[in-house]
Each structure stands twice: as structure tokens, then as C-alpha cells.
Write a protein that binds this ligand. Structure first.
Ligand code: PLP
Length: 485
């Protein structure tokens, strides 16, 4: 693989010494009993406690006094509160820390995150996993890149790979099950493709995998990563784990994740004198951890040079004016997950089981049973994939239709579900889900069943999918049905 060449915009990179300090808590003992440290949050708190600052830079709303006495000021106070206005600072460098060249609390917070998740270094980003993916891909790909990309990756990641001089091929997938669920990769075919390219002296520079789909298909990266690395030792990997950041904090869930597998691979390569492949992992923090919208972690395994490459790509793609409240939430989300992630995950795993049991056992809920229930991916035909125990699909009964089901649940019962394939809606058991939420969900599904599904020919029954195009905003950014090239 050739090294990426950056023609312009080189920034003087900070020396990021690796490995991280041994005193930091590690991903092997994530259950910290005392409150976990959060150095970036501490730094912001110190600023808030300090004297008022006369800022001649930007952000007139900081401290909120410009809004005092105006009607709009009252709206701001009502919606954001004084604390948010005081927290939103435009500081960089010496005042707080530099975003592109952190040496203070941001660097400490990123190192703590790296230690907690099991990376060599972690970058905090405020443009979502969408931007994290773009940065990861562009950090690793040389100018004439050969990229092998997973069709299950989100559309924006495919768009990021459309570059002059890049050759982009697709990871082969297993045949579709016919129910719209995400298709697992065909690992044998994938490895054959990688081996052929390697033997031909044209290895793929970057292999992109989408290891956690929004409908709950989990790639077993403990199996896939060693297989890919053996077939193509010169390839770097970008792994999208948008839906599974929280998995790092539970022993049962962490087992299949990318970062532990990447660390094992790196250790084996070092022991045998082989080149350590770069593995970059992107994770949404807001989807499964207690962080603000648009926050993401970009984890790096592969040593200091790779960290510097990513640092350069962050500089080239990220806004130079990131939101400190968002960055602080990345620090606090990691600390919170270390403090109580394990306990909270056990709690929501039990709630998910409760919903599964209700779907399986209550005849009134029979039509909501997930498509392919009982033949979830993973055993034994697809041993390199699993069903995420934190996700459940709700089948959409044809007599109701997805628009009406979704709308009724939201408007009449205050229950919000993720959009599915059209034949299903999705439940994500994130840390915010409570027993009361589950009670309300099951009551709502039973009410829908009584209204529409228990009578043979009810009047005014909506047709399946009626008006779907008008109603659903595509979310998440979706699996493209066609990709450029
Ligand atoms: C697999 C996957 N990757 C990336 C994204 C984009 O994440 P973000 O909303 O953080 O930009 C999504 C969105 O849901 C997704 O499902």
C-alpha cells in the first residue's frame, strides 16, 4: 500500500506518544466504581466558575446577556437554559485547547477514551459518524486508491469513495433473504477476492466494512478481521460501528467488536515482526451513549504514524470551529459508560428480552413478530454474523401499513420507533429506555392490534404503505440501492 500524499494544507502535527499512559483505566476493566475522570468537562467547569470574559472573537450569545430583556431571549432561556449559553465558547488554543493540535484537556480526554474503548488514540468529532467515515477513508487512501467497500455502508460513505483516480469495488454479500433485512457479507468470497488482488500485486489499499447495521446485524469482527488480514495483509481497514459504541462496556457485547480484535491482531503482528495493519473504527456516540447529537468517536489502531495521518485528515475535513458542549459530551459519555454502562446494559438487555418474550408469547401481538424470528443471522449458516441483542424488529402487519403504524404509535401513544425496511419498524434498546417505555410500547401495540387486527374486515383500514413516500424522511442515511460506478 502506498502512503497517502497530501499536497497542501500540511499542519505541524502534535507528537502523540503511544501507547497511552499505563495509569489510565483500560477497556479491560471498564466498570469503574468511583466517578470516572472527565478532564475536558472539568476544564469547561473551571471556565464557568472563573471570572466573566470580555470576548472580542465570536459567539455573541455566550453568557446570554445580549439576549437579556428581549422576547427571544426568554425563548432561548426556555429552550436552552442559561447553562448551555454559558458553556458554548469559541475558545481554542491557550484558552482551552486546540482542536487540531490538542495538548491539554482535549488531548487527555481523547486518550482516556482510547484507553476505555481499546484504541491507540481516539479523535472526538462533531460532524456525526458521516464525517468520521469520510475522514477515516481519506486518511488511509492514497491518491490512486483501490478501495473495497461494503454495500451495507451508508450512502455518504460510498459518496466519499467517489474520487478521481480511485477504483472502488464492492464486498460480496450473501443472497438476500427476501424480507429486506441487511445481508451479511460472503466471507469466503470476500477473502478469495482479497487473496486474488494480493497475489496479483494489486492489493486493496482500504477495505471498508459496516459492522453494525441499523436493523441489528452485527459482524463478528473477532472472526472477520483475522480472516481479512490473513487474506490481504497490506490492506488497511475502516470499520463503521455507528450503532455499537456502547458494546465496549459489556463483556458479552465487546467480544465481537472490532477494537479488541484489532489489538490482538496488532500484538500478533508485532510478535511475528509483521507490519501492523491500520484499523480505523468509527462510532456514533449519540446513538448508544449519553452524548449530544452529531458526536462521533474515530478510533485508531496501528501506531503513531496512523494517528498522525488521521490527524491530518481531521484538519482537512473538519470544521475548525467545533462545539465545545458537543466535545464535552463525548468526554462525559465515555465517563458515564465506564461508571455505569455495564449495569445499565444489563438492565436494557433484560427489557429487550421482555419485549421478545411478549412478541413470542402474546397471541394478540402475533402479527408484530419480527420477520425471520427464530432464524436470526448468526447460527449456524452465517457464523461470522450475529443479531444485536439490543435491537428488535417489529413486523408491520399488512392490514395497517408502516406509515399508519408508525404515526399511530407516535401520535396516539407517544412511542417513537426507528424506520425499518417498509415491512418492519425498529426498536433500539439504548441506555435511555426504561421499564415504563416498554410498558407503553406493548400497550400501544396491543391497542393497534385490537383496533385493526382482531376484526376480519374493519372499515377504513388503511392500505399497506399508503403515503409512505410523503411521510418518512429517510433515516438513517440509508443503504444505497445503487452506488456510483
Ligand atoms: C451504519 C451507519 N453509519 C453511519 C451513519 C451516520 O451516522 P451519523 O448520523 O452519526 O452521521 C448511520 C446513520 O444512522 C448508520 O446507520
Amino acid at each position: 500500500m502506498t502512503t497517502p500524499q497530501h499536497q497542501t494544507l500540511d499542519i505541524p502535527v502534535v507528537d502523540i506518544d503511544l501507547p497511552v499512559a499505563a495509569a489510565l483505566p483500560t477497556h479491560r476493566d471498564p466498570e469503574v466504581s468511583q466517578p470516572a475522570r472527565a478532564p475536558l468537562a472539568d476544564a469547561l467547569s473551571r471556565l464557568l466558575a472563573g471570572p466573566a470574559v470580555a470576548s472580542f472573537h465570536a459567539l455573541p450569545w455566550t453568557d446570554g446577556h445580549v439576549l437579556d430583556g428581549s422576547g427571544v431571549g426568554a425563548r432561548y432561556a426556555e429552550l436552552f437554559g442559561q447553562a448551555f449559553l454559558r458553556l458554548d465558547r469559541c475558545y481554542g488554543g491557550a484558552a482551552l485547547d486546540s482542536f487540531f493540535q490538542p495538548r491539554g484537556p482535549l488531548d487527555q480526554a481523547q486518550r482516556l477514551a482510547a484507553a476505555a474503548f481499546g484504541a491507540d488514540y481516539t479523535f472526538f468529532l462533531t460532524g456525526g459518524t458521516t464525517l468520521a467515515n469520510r475522514i477515516a477513508l481519506h486518511a488511509l487512501a492514497p491518491r490512486q486508491a483501490r478501495v473495497l467497500i461494503d454495500p451495507n455502508a451508508p450512502a455518504a460513505l460510498h459518496a466519499a469513495a467517489v474520487q478521481p483516480g480511485w477504483q472502488v469495488d464492492e464486498v460480496p454479500l450473501l443472497a438476500a433473504a427476501g424480507d429486506g433485512r441487511t445481508r451479511p457479507p460472503d466471507l469466503a468470497e470476500l477473502c478469495a477476492l482479497l487473496r486474488a488482488a494480493h497475489a496479483d500485486h494489486r492489493p486493496y489499499d482500504v477495505v471498508v466494512l459496516a459492522a453494525s447495521s441499523d436493523d441489528g446485524l452485527l459482524y463478528r469482527m473477532d472472526r472477520i478481521l483475522p480472516a481479512v488480514a490473513a487474506a490481504s495483509p497490506l490492506s488497511a481497514l475502516v470499520v463503521d460501528e455507528a450503532w455499537t459504541a456502547v458494546h465496549a462496556f459489556h463483556p458479552g457485547l465487546r467480544r465481537h467488536a472490532t477494537l479488541p480484535a484489532a489489538q490482538r491482531l496488532a500484538a500478533r503482528c508485532r510478535d511475528t515482526g509483521q507490519r501492523v495493519p491500520a484499523v480505523l473504527v468509527t462510532q456514533a456516540a449519540d446513538k448508544t451513549l449519553c452524548a449530544a447529537r452529531q458526536t462521533a468517536y474515530l478510533h485508531v489502531v496501528g501506531g503513531s504514524d496512523r494517528v498522525r495521518q488521521v490527524q491530518q485528515a481531521v484538519f482537512e475535513h473538519h470544521t475548525p470551529s467545533p462545539s465545545w458542549p458537543l466535545l464535552v459530551s463525548l468526554d462525559l459519555a465515555r465517563a458515564h459508560a465506564q461508571e455505569c454502562g455495564r449495569r445499565e446494559l444489563d438492565r436494557v438487555l433484560a427489557l429487550a428480552d421482555q419485549v421478545r418474550a411478549a412478541l413470542a408469547g402474546d397471541p394478540l401481538l402475533a402479527e408484530f413478530r419480527p420477520p425471520g424470528a427464530g432464524e436470526e443471522p448468526g447460527d449456524p449458516a452465517e457464523p461470522h454474523c450475529l443479531a444485536d441483542p439490543l435491537r428488535i424488529a417489529i413486523a408491520v402487519p399488512e392490514r395497517v401499513g408502516d406509515k399508519v403504524l408508525w404515526e399511530t404509535l407516535f401520535r396516539d401513544h407517544g412511542v417513537y420507533l426507528g424506520r425499518g425496511t417498509g415491512r418492519s419498524l425498529r426498536l433500539s434498546f439504548h441506555l435511555g429506555v426504561t421499564a415504563e417505555h416498554v410498558r407503553r410500547l406493548l400497550a400501544a401495540l396491543r391497542a393497534v392490534a385490537r383496533r385493526w387486527l382482531t376484526r376480519p374486515e374493519p372499515a377504513g383500514v388503511p392500505t399497506a404503505g399508503a403515503g409512505v413516500e410523503d411521510f418518512f424522511i429517510p433515516y438513517p442515511p440509508g443503504i444505497p440501492t445503487a452506488v456510483p460506478g
